[in-house]
Each structure stands twice: as C-alpha cells, then as structure tokens.
Design a protein around this ligand. Structure first.
Ligand code: IPE
Ligand code: IPE
Ligand code: MG
Length: 247
C-alpha cells in the first residue's frame, strides 16, 4: 500500500504516456497492439489515482501533431478512443470519476465528439477524481485559444488590456478551474514535453522513466509518488530547509 502522507501527494498528476509503438515493436507486434494495451493502462491509472486519493489526473493521449502519423495508425487510435468512451463511461460514473476531454474538439470526428459529449454529461457531477483525457491537444494551441478568447473580450469592451495577467490567462485555459499539475510523469524515456500543458507546468516536478507505457503499472506509479514526496518545491523562493536552517 501507499505510505505517503496526504499532504505529500500530488493534487494533480499529469502523464505523457509514451512508448506504445516501441513496446509493440520489441515484441514483434504491430504498433496498434501497443495502443490497445496502452489504453488498458489508462483504465488502470484512473482506478489507482482514485484509490490513492489524487484529485486530478490528466493523461496525454493524442497530440495536435499526432495527425502526422500514417492514416491507419490514426484511425486505429480514434476507434480505440471511441471504444474506451463507450465501454468506460458507466464504470467511471459508478466510481465517482468526472471525465473531461481537453483539446480541440473541432478536429475530431462527429461520432467521437458525440461520445465525448455523452460521457462528459454523464459524469459531470462527480467529484472524487477529475480525469482529463487530452485528445487533439497541444499546449501551444491551448494558449492560442485562450488568447483568442481574451482578445474577443477586449474587443467587446468586457476586459481592458491591463487586466491581462498570469491568473487571467490561466483562467482561459482548458484547465481553468483546476490546480496546476504538481507532478508530470513521462514514460518511454524522452526528455521533452512534446507540447503538453506548457503554461501549467511552470513549476511542476518532472519524473521520467525509460519504461514503455504498456509496462507502466502500480509499482512504478508508487515509485514516482514516493520520489515526488521527497522533493523540495521552492517556486523561486528559498524553501523550508533554508528558511529553517536545516541543510
Ligand atoms: C504514445 O505512444 C501514444 C500516442 C502518442 C498516441 P507512441 O505511439 O508515441 O509510441 P512510441 O513513442 O512510438 O514508442
Ligand atoms: C507525446 O508523444 C504525445 C502523446 C503521448 C499523446 P509523441 O510520441 O507524440 O512525442 P514525440 O513525437 O516523441 O515528441
Ligand atoms: Mg512516442
């Protein structure tokens, strides 16, 4: 079990689930098999976060740049998301999980959008865990969308330019009402952000593992959470160990 005090747990955990394709290739399987197992892991992660008492989970499932992949792979991923929403919505609801899909909905098929809407509607009153699934998501695109909305408000005279500050921009992001991620996990070993939550992760703790996403499970999650609990977050200040004279 988890032996971390509640105040040392991240409130918001963000995950870049990477390495599905390489996991499959290593086993002589098609990339689609990596995505299929990867989606099973997404289910598992939601349940674990709920059990551990994490309040917000954000998983990067498809970026605005992933459309560059072969059509066959993109189609497979889209049908995997459709199936996931269909099969999972009731279960998420019963567990008290609120599902939100973040990203540019316009780019998704009408069928997928219909299922997203249904699952979000069904679970919208749940509060135990907020689970953001980032689909057709890009951090730069999210900032552009926020700036556009703000510009429209300025144009209509609802806002003046000097009211634009860090908090206001934050309130126009897809994650407006949520705390920033405390911990970001990236599987698959790449040391980059790949356009994920760029604005929100200014002071997020990063934890990167070479483990491919389909191999990521409870043990590794606990390992990441334990390391996070030992980190000293300073947010540009001096932090408790300096302020109290401890080394
Ligand atoms: C992550 O796995 C899932 C998505 C981007 C949809 P990848 O498909 O990127 O797997 P690798 O990085 O090629 O191994
Ligand atoms: C990041 O993985 C996007 C998702 C996990 C959805 P990618 O595989 O697309 O990232 P890059 O291309 O290696 O940076
Ligand atoms: Mg990848």
């Amino acid at each position: 079990m988890l032996k971390i005090p509640k105040d040392k747990l991240p409130r918001h955990l963000a995950i870049i689930m990477d390495g599905n394709g390489r996991w499959a290739k290593r086993r002589g399987l098609p990339r689609s098999e990596g995505h299929r197992v990867g989606m099973e892991k997404v289910r598992e992660m939601g349940r674990l976060c709920l059990d551990f008492g994490i309040k917000v989970l954000t998983v990067y499932a498809f970026s605005c740049q992933n459309w560059k992949r072969p059509k066959e792979e993109v189609d497979f991923l889209m049908s995997t998301f459709e199936r996931y929403l269909d099969e999972e919505a009731d279960d998420l609801n019963e567990r008290g999980i609120q599902l939100r899909v973040i990203g540019r909905k316009e780019g998704l098929s009408p069928e997928l959008r219909r299922r997203i809407k249904a699952a979000m509607e069904l679970t919208r009153r749940n509060r135990k865990l907020i689970f953001n699934l980032a689909l057709n998501y890009g951090g730069q695109e999210e900032i552009v969308d926020a700036v556009r909305t703000i510009a429209e408000k300025v144009k209509r005279g609802e806002l003046s330019p000097d009211q634009i500050n860090v908090d206001l921009l934050s309130q126009h992001l897809y994650t407006a009402d949520l705390p920033y991620p405390d911990l970001l996990i990236r599987t698959g070993g790449e040391y980059r952000l790949s356009n994920f939550l760029l604005y929100q992760i200014a002071y997020t703790e990063l934890w990167i593992t070479p483990t491919f996403w389909p191999d990521f499970g409870k043990e590794q999650l606990i390992q990441a959470l334990e390391e996070y609990a030992r980190r000293e977050r300073r947010f540009g200040g001096l932090g408790p160990s300096v302020e109290t004279g401890r080394s």
